[in-house]
Design a protein around this ligand. Structure first.
Ligand SMILES: Nc1ncnc2c1ncn2[C@@H]1O[C@H](COP(=O)(O)OP(=O)(O)OP(=O)(O)O)[C@@H](O)[C@H]1O
Ligand SMILES: NCC(=O)N[C@@H]1O[C@H](COP(=O)([O-])[O-])[C@@H](O)[C@H]1O
Ligand SMILES: [Mg+2]
Length: 393
């Protein structure tokens, strides 16, 4: 259904983006370069992607009525979610009405909360994940934590970028983790997941491109480092044994086939000495994949667009060892300005993206530094130094 036939595709298409952060902004730029018409939607005005879209709407994406209003008004050909927290039941309805939802409405429903995609991977597909349990009360979390053991990781089932997530060392810390998770849960969910802590050697994102009428293809693996559950730096290629890359590709193919549709997926894995453990997946570009803005002939946003529109992807090429490092805010501010950009850009093969978020708060991601180097170590060093030069004032 809704399959785009390559040779009959007419441009421009009308694309509605649900979520308008930094990932959406780069996607809109890619879409605009082929002349498409983009409506950017988010919960606040002047969000990054709105700044480069044809028009924008400010709504609650968790409200079915709000979604209905903007879809009826604009009649998009495609609805392209950019965040998890969307009333996905409504997307099923739009899909039934003939609008193509990316990658599919069912896939956005599976990945809206951590529990459904975890059940799909672990129970239905038999894929190795961390041991896990759920809780909807503190008492249940105490019991579930005992079963999983310590240390463990507690997360709201609906959250992203590490919001509400904590590593719990002992039973005495469970209550604090519960309160933190519930306070930082997006939407109306009161459910948390508790996971076995995986002591991995490296964690990776495998960007997986699922196409309408061509085989699934993969980017070289991206390594990353996270703090507070949020990405700090990423690099490509990640040094992993070929056999493990093939294992990860097979798992990514299995999960994305089960989800269906077309588009890019960021499939996350923990790699230990002898295991490849599936963590989670984004049915859209991934934050750690921003490194592809400098590392590849086609970046993850261009790949997403081509996959969505059924355009060919003849070749993905890694242009050299590359890295990204985030630029975070440290204080609350409604008037953000940056210094140090000239200094950062004085280095060869370094680039800076500032997202244009209208306000800042501690740890909010405001930009990213990108670098190429002779090897991954040099690229990481250059990206981190460049990010450190940018100051918010
Ligand atoms: N079970 C675990 N064992 C060890 N580390 C973990 C575990 N779960 C999460 N982490 C760490 O926390 C990070 C964020 O976790 P996860 O990807 O589940 O959260 P998220 O909020 O969905 O993040 P994002 O939206 O940025 O992908 C992981 O990349 C990893 O570094
Ligand atoms: N890990 C998911 C992720 O990176 N999502 C990206 O962050 C934006 C929200 O940023 P904000 O919280 O600063 O508004 C989202 O819109 C998306 O671009
Ligand atoms: Mg993640």
């Amino acid at each position: 259904m809704n399959k785009i036939m390559r040779n009959s595709l007419k441009l421009p298409q009308k694309l509605m983006l649900l979520g308008s952060g930094e990932l959406g902004k780069e996607f809109v730029i890619a879409a605009q370069r082929l002349g498409n018409y983009v409506i950017a939607v988010d919960r606040y005005a002047n969000a990054p992607a709105m700044q480069v879209a044809d028009c924008y709407e400010v709504i609650s994406m968790l409200s079915a009525d709000d979604l209905e209003a903007v879809v009826s008004k604009h009649q998009p050909d495609f609805i392209i979610p950019e965040i998890e927290a969307i009333r996905t039941e409504k997307l099923l309805e739009f899909e039934q009405r003939g609008i193509t939802v990316i990658p599919t409405a069912a896939a956005t429903n599976y990945t809206m909360n951590r529990d459904r995609i975890r059940e799909l991977a672990s129970q239905e597909l038999g894929i190795r994940t961390a041991k896990y349990g759920y809780a909807v009360t503190l008492e249940e979390l105490i019991t579930a934590s005992d079963k999983i053991g310590f240390p463990n990781v507690v997360k709201p089932v609906m959250s992203s970028s590490g919001k509400g997530q904590s590593v719990v060392q002992s039973q005495s810390e469970v209550e604090k983790a519960w309160i933190y998770a519930i306070a930082n849960s997006r939407g109306d969910s009161q459910k948390v997941i508790v996971e076995e802590f995986i002591n991995f050697d490296i964690e990776i994102t495998l960007l997986t491109i699922k196409q309408w009428d061509a085989p699934t293809i993969f980017c070289p693996p991206i390594g990353h480092r996270q703090e507070r559950g949020d990405y700090q730096e990423s690099w490509q290629p990640a040094a992993i044994a070929e056999a493990k890359i093939l294992d990860a590709q097979a798992i990514a193919q299995k999960v994305t086939d089960a989800l269906g549709g077309a588009g890019i997926f960021g499939v996350e894995f923990f790699i230990t000495e002898d295991e490849v453990i599936f963590s989670e997946l984004s049915p859209r570009p991934h934050d750690t994949g921003m490194v592809t803005l400098i590392s590849q002939n086609l970046n993850e946003f261009e790949l997403h667009l081509r996959a969505i529109l059924g355009l060919p992807i003849p070749h993905i090429e890694l242009l050299g060892a590359s890295a990204s490092a985030v630029i975070l805010a440290s204080e609350k501010s409604d008037a953000v300005t940056f210094t140090g950009v000239a200094d950062a850009l004085s280095e060869k093969d370094v680039d800076i993206k500032l997202f244009g978020k209208p306000n800042a708060h501690p740890y909010r991601r405001m930009g990213v530094a990108l670098a190429k180097g002779a090897d991954v170590e040099e690229a990481r060093q250059k990206a981190t130094v460049a990010a450190g030069k940018i100051k918010l004032v």
